[in-house]
Design a protein around this ligand. Structure first.
Ligand SMILES: Nc1ncnc2c1ncn2[C@@H]1O[C@H](COP(=O)(O)OP(=O)(O)O)[C@@H](O)[C@H]1O
Ligand SMILES: [Mg+2]
Length: 304
């Protein structure tokens, strides 16, 4: 097992809103080993982005990390100054946002932006910096990178722009890259292509519901045999994963408000297995490489 690179422990992030305290991320713990790729899944509003932003130190008021720890190579990031976090971002942790325009400046050439990203952390000579940029653009599949590097973002298609944003994230060889739905802004055929590439990479899947981690495990095992009823519902609603000939199923109801969560398991109002026990919060119980937060997990041998 590779050494632990990222250790997130009890991470809890809340937003003060007029209607009350919004529990966006609640007691989330996981680790990422060096070289490991994990995927965070869950429906919209379940806390995936806030988890990523919390790790990067990008939570601003009215949001606040109210508890927990984020350690990168053993170093605590929660509570670091803005300056310390800024110098770490890009160099040690990089993020690829949903929309490449969050990363790309429309009035600068790709080369200028990439050179600025290198210069923020490292003093490379002109030739070496340019060579690094071209190499990384080539690595993310930009054809004719030595010429295209002189273009502006608007001269690229949406898919190519996102590849450039990914290239910028890779530029300073960060140890950790957080990708927040990097394909959502792209058209469906390109989404499928990138997701296929990622699916063959991701080793571990973490499932979030209403701000909490509710299931985790090796990706193939979770897909084949989800243990949490929510995960099964989520997988059944994905066209790429449902079995051929099987109808897509919608989970009835909606995720509860994060300002006014039900007692105990947040999924219980939508769950066919819920009983009185579910009014108490289930622990995240482990079984080998798998873990799930459910009082009535699906049987290990039943097919989804
Ligand atoms: N700046 C903010 N102010 C108030 N609430 C926020 C803010 N950012 C996110 N949230 C809330 O935090 C919850 C989790 O959001 P998010 O992490 O973006 O979900 P996901 O990425 O899983 O779709 C949502 O209820 C969202 O409305
Ligand atoms: Mg999100």
């Amino acid at each position: 097992m590779s050494p632990v690179l990222l250790d997130v422990n009890g991470l809890t992030t809340r937003f003060a809103t007029r209607a009350g305290s919004l529990h966006a991320v609640e007691d989330v713990s996981f680790t990422v080993a060096e070289g490991e790729i994990i995927g965070l899944v869950g429906e919209s509003g379940s806390g995936k982005s806030v988890t990523g932003f919390s790790i990067l130190g990008l939570i601003d008021p009215p949001g606040r990390i109210v508890a927990g720890s984020v350690k990168l190579n053993g170093r605590e990031l929660v509570g670091l100054s803005h300056a310390a976090l800024r110098s770490m971002r890009g160099r040690e942790i990089a993020m690829v946002f949903q929309d490449p325009s969050a990363t790309l400046n429309p009035v600068l050439t790709i080369e200028t932006q990439m050179r600025l990203a290198i210069a923020a952390h490292e003093n490379l000579g002109d030739a070496a910096a340019r060579a690094r940029c071209i190499e990384v653009l080539g690595a993310v599949g930009i054809p004719d990178a030595a010429r295209r590097i002189e273009a502006y973002p608007h001269q690229f298609s949406g898919g190519m722009r996102q590849r450039v944003a990914i290239a910028i994230a890779l530029l300073n060889r960060p140890k950790l890259i957080i990708c927040d739905e990097p394909t959502t802004a792209l058209d469906v055929s390109i989404q499928a292509q990138i997701l296929t590439e990622m699916k063959s990479l991701a080793a571990r899947l973490l499932v979030m519901y209403a701000g909490r981690l509710i299931e985790a495990g090796p990706i193939a095992e979770v897909l084949r045999q989800p243990r949490h009823p929510y995960t099964r519902g989520l997988l059944g609603s994905l066209p790429g994963i449902a079995r051929p000939g099987q109808d897509l199923v919608q989970i009835p109801g909606a995720m509860p408000s994060l300002i006014d969560l039900p007692q105990g398991c947040a999924f219980q109002p939508r769950c066919g297995f819920a009983d009185a026990l579910c009014a108490t919060m289930p622990a995240l119980n482990g079984e080998g490489a798998r873990s799930f937060r459910c009082h009535h997990p699906l049987a290990a041998e039943s097919a989804p």
